[in-house]
Design a binder for this molecule. Structure first.
Ligand SMILES: Cc1cc2nc3c(=O)[nH]c(=O)nc-3n(C[C@H](O)[C@H](O)[C@H](O)COP(=O)(O)OP(=O)(O)OC[C@H]3O[C@@H](n4cnc5c(N)ncnc54)[C@H](O)[C@@H]3O)c2cc1C
Length: 833
């Protein structure tokens, strides 16, 4: 056994095999994979092997698309046939709303390059004669996917890995990880068979690895414990049943090819052929989480007993849809653990707080995702970044500070149940809420707030009617303009015409101070640092020069800074900041970094009347001038007093209107809330939610982190040269310059459909040629039409360029407009008074 390697991959399921294969393919010639049992002994052995390309996430769509193409190449490379049946995949719709979902998904498919077709009920019948098409509206069909044998594809990847120099050690269980400062010492036990069980033997091993990747499937909780981190990767029970041969199918197959995999999403099941019979896989309500505290030693390649009652509804629905199945008996059943995460996407990327420790855990579609995960993770490890932005899969998107086992288990049950529930882009899932709330939560609720959840934290999305029933938001969701839309319009107008206040308490906030803080931040971020009392917008870059984090930096003192970044990315930002400061300690000295996120509330007040409102409550020797341009210029920060509340006010507004962010002690939030509301009455002040804010910022072309800003574009590609100080040296500068402009960020005004706005996933065309995609979308109250932001090939990033936006399978006219189409000269923001 080797004792020193470049990379150790732990876990020999589909994911581990693919990671090892792709690390070797990417050029690492010293890789070992360890598996405590046999390869495929985990969830991989009992998967149904479906490879659905359908996925609403841009990153996951790329991953699945890679897998499907990659699996087709494996036989030639390894000589092993993985049994890939490319039968296609037909997803039916019983409602127009379901078709809307498919059409929105098609936007992502189109931007990723996944082929699809829409089918009428008649066309469904042609491809699937045994199906009853009554009540169907249509379907989406993928011709290029199907299903594969999970064990065979894993063995093929393992063989490919071995051919590329990877060593695979079976019966080696990892028990302990220790970081020396430069490498991991990994200790474990050789497992032995005893009476049909797998038990730890006498023999121990130790191996040193520069990098470790954990791909431990259902054992993720044990892995998390060993690493001292939290991972919401907890399995849920998932069943599928296999029927006896169906005579109608057997007859049909005498002179017809195999049916495509069939999905009745509204009835929550899939069906595929299996030796003359059928496999039925339901995603039913009530499937329980399991192994919350680890997998018992006695559980090996085992299954749970079938719970037929739980899937009765789906079973009956299959019989209704495929009448020939009524007389067919059950032959086999599988009820196994399937790993989930609270949002249903896996955890792929660097482990929180640890060095050279990579996670590839929490896969619910792991057979489909294995190929692409290995490919993109290997890029991250070997090249420093993947070619797509993997942030939406980053393990740090769930907070280490607040997440618990109970949260993970209940959310994962919800994620399972939601596999086939409509995925409206304005959906807010209900489980485990409210959990993290600001003090003003109850007051906001009493004003009609309908909340969204950011990193577990409740944040008003919009303020609906005061007497709204409990299911108001649920009913308000839509792929088009939902029931909430008119409320957001009124809120957006309030900010453009009067005054409104957005609760931005969820913002991530860090204090960075100490003698080396200035030199460190100057190196860490790409813009000039502000002078004391001033603020700047700036970016921390990846080592490839793309955007890792966006910060509003306030310089409080010569060597003290307050950093504000996106609320959804708290630990993602913190991890990067802390590690960077630690890495550079030798050069800049020890930097004191404090996470003050939950100590400060933020109300962002904006609108032409915001100054007048604040004047009435500010305590100052001269309230009339306290907020004037002279005493409080745009892009500056001051400590002010609003009534009895001390406020660190920042003159900036993400809505692009005259305004201030009021950072206040969290325990005084309700006092400030009441004060603003009382003083706001004479100005018709409105509480404003995140949805209106998101529209308003697009009118100003303000890029949003996670949409326009991410690890797949440099700040120059985001067309933000004014925030990049090329006269200084900063982290990522050289690669940023070397990258050039592959595509460029633009703002688009769109004459879209009457009843819908883009969501930021749509493809952009000129004369039938795809030239880019939207990354944000919404409605502009200033222009009275749809708006979006996105990326296009640089030659098209010219104001006045006419484009077409694909929405609901139709092309709508749009025009690329100047940056900040609303108030291009920033006159309202800078207005004096
Ligand atoms: C009934 C059912 C049907 C499914 N159908 C599909 C489907 O059709 N399509 C699809 O894409 N997905 C499907 N899945 C999901 C799929 O099975 C999983 O997503 C996938 O197998 C996960 O692969 P993995 O490599 O992450 O985990 P696993 O296959 O569980 O592999 C993890 C491995 O790590 C090993 N390990 C753990 N801890 C250690 C340690 N400390 N030291 C050494 N080794 C360790 C384990 O022994 C195990 O072999 C299904 C799941 C179920 C339950």
């Amino acid at each position: 056994m080797k004792t020193q390697v470049k990379a150790l991959v732990v876990g020999g399921g589909a994911i581990g095999a693919s990671v090892a294969y792709h690390l070797a393919k990417a050029g690492w010639d010293d890789v070992v994979l360890m598996e405590r049992d046999e390869l495929t002994a985990g969830s991989t052995w009992h998967a149904a092997g479906l490879l659905p390309l359908f996925n609403m996430s841009y990153a996951v769509s790329h991953i699945h698309q890679y897998s499907v193409e990659f699996y087709k190449t494996l036989e030639e490379e390894t000589g092993l046939n993985a049994g890939f049946s490319i039968v296609g995949n037909l997803r039916m719709a019983r409602t127009q709303e379901r078709m809307d979902e498919y059409m929105l998904y098609a936007s992502t498919a189109e931007t990723v390059g996944v082929p699809y077709e829409f089918l009428t009920p008649e066309q469904i019948k042609e491809r699937w004669p045994l199906v009853n098409v009554e009540g169907l509206v249509g379907a989406i069909y993928h011709p290029t996917d199907g299903y594969i044998n999970p064990a065979d594809v894993t063995q093929a990847m393992a063989k490919g890995a071995r051919q590329r120099g990877v060593d695979i050690y079976r019966k080696c269980q990892v028990d302990d990880y220790e970081w020396t400062g430069t490498e991991w010492i990994v200790r474990g036990t050789i497992m032995v068979e005893k009476g049909g069980n797998l038990v730890p033997g006498e023999e121990k091993f130790e191996i040193r690895a520069e990098h470790v990747v954990t791909c431990t499937g259902n054992h993720a909780q044990r892995t998390a414990k060993m690493l001292g981190i939290k991972m919401p990767a907890i399995p849920v029970e998932h069943q599928f049943i296999v029927t006896e041969p169906d005579p109608a199918l057997v007859e049909y197959r005498k002179d017809h090819p195999e049916h495509p995999v069939l999905r009745d999403a509204d009835a929550k099941w899939y069906v595929r052929e299996e030796r003359g019979g059928w496999i039925l896989g339901p995603y039913e309500r009530g499937a329980p989480a399991c192994f919350e505290y680890g997998v018992p030693d006695s559980f090996r390649a085992d299954l749970f007993p079938l719970d037929l009652e739980r899937i009765e509804e789906e079973y009956m629905s299959m019989i209704e849809r495929i009448p020939s199945t009524e007389e067919v008996g059950l032959k086999d059943d599988f009820n196994g653990p399937i790993c989930y995460t609270p949002d249903g996407n896996p955890l792929v990327g660097p482990a929180p707080g640890l060095r050279n420790m990579w996670l590839a855990e929490g896969f619910s579609f792991g057979i489909t995702a294995a190929g692409g995960t290995g490919y993109y993770l290997a890029q991250m490890m070997v090249a420093g970044e993947a070619e797509i932005d993997m942030a939406s899969l980053d393990p740090k998107r769930f907070g280490q500070k607040w997440m618990t086992t109970e949260y993970g288990a209940r959310k994962n049950e919800e994620a399972y149940e939601h596999v086939y529930i409509l995925h409206q882009p304005d959906e807010e899932r209900e489980a485990c809420r409210p959990l993290r709330t600001g003090p003003a939560y109850e007051r906001q609720k009493a004003r009609g707030a309908q909340f969204g959840c950011v990193n577990g934290f409740e944040r008003p999305n919009y303020y609906g009617p005061l007497d709204a029933p409990d299911n108001f938001d649920h009913e308000a969701r839509s792929f088009r303009r939902g029931g909430w839309w008119q409320y957001a319009v009124e809120e957006a107008k309030a900010i453009r015409e009067g005054v409104g206040v957005v609760d931005a308490t969820a913002f991530t906030k860090h204090l960075v101070k100490g003698p080396g803080a200035t030199a460190f931040l100057d190196w860490f971020t790409c813009n000039k640092l502000p002078k004391t009392g001033r603020i700047n917008l700036t970016y921390a870059l990846t080592k490839l020069g793309t955007v890792r984090t966006e910060y509003t930096i306030v310089r409080l003192k010569d060597d003290e800074y307050y950093l504000v970044s996106a609320g959804a990315w708290h630990e993602y930002d913190q991890d990067f900041l802390m590690k960077a400061a630690e890495d550079m300690e030798a050069e800049f000295g020890r930097i004191d970094i404090q996470d003050v996120t939950t100590q400060w509330g933020v109300f962002a007040i904006a609108g032409p009347k915001s100054r007048d409102l604040l004047k009435n409550i500010i305590k100052d020797a001269d309230p009339e001038t306290a907020l004037s341009n002279k005493r409080f210029p745009w892009l500056s920060a001051r400590q002010i007093e609003l009534g009895m509340c001390p406020v660190n006010a920042i003159r900036v507004a993400y809505t692009g209107e005259l305004g201030w962010e009021l950072h206040h002690p969290i325990e005084m939030q309700n006092y400030l809330f009441d004060l603003l509301e009382k003083a706001g009455a004479e100005f018709d002040m409105k509480w404003v939610g995140a949805r209106a804010q998101n529209w308003l910022r697009q009118e100003k072309s303000y890029r949003a982190f996670g949409n326009e800003l991410g690890r797949d574009a440099t700040p120059l590609e985001a067309d933000l040269p004014r925030f990049v100080d090329m006269s200084k040296e900063f982290h990522g500068k050289a690669p940023m310059e070397a990258t050039g402009i592959r595509s460029k960020c633009v703002t688009v005004l769109i004459d879209g459909p009457e009843d819908a706005d883009p969501w930021g996933r749509e493809a952009l065309y000129i004369n039938g040629t795809k030239i880019g995609r939207l990354t944000s979308g919404g409605y502009s109250v200033a222009f009275g039409k749809s708006i979006g932001m996105g990326y296009v090939k640089p030659e098209y990033a010219v104001p006045g360029t006419k484009v077409q936006v694909k929405m609901f399978n139709q092309l709508f006219d749009g025009e690329i407009v100047v940056d900040s189409p609303y108030d291009s000269k920033n006159e309202t923001i800078r207005k004096d008074g």
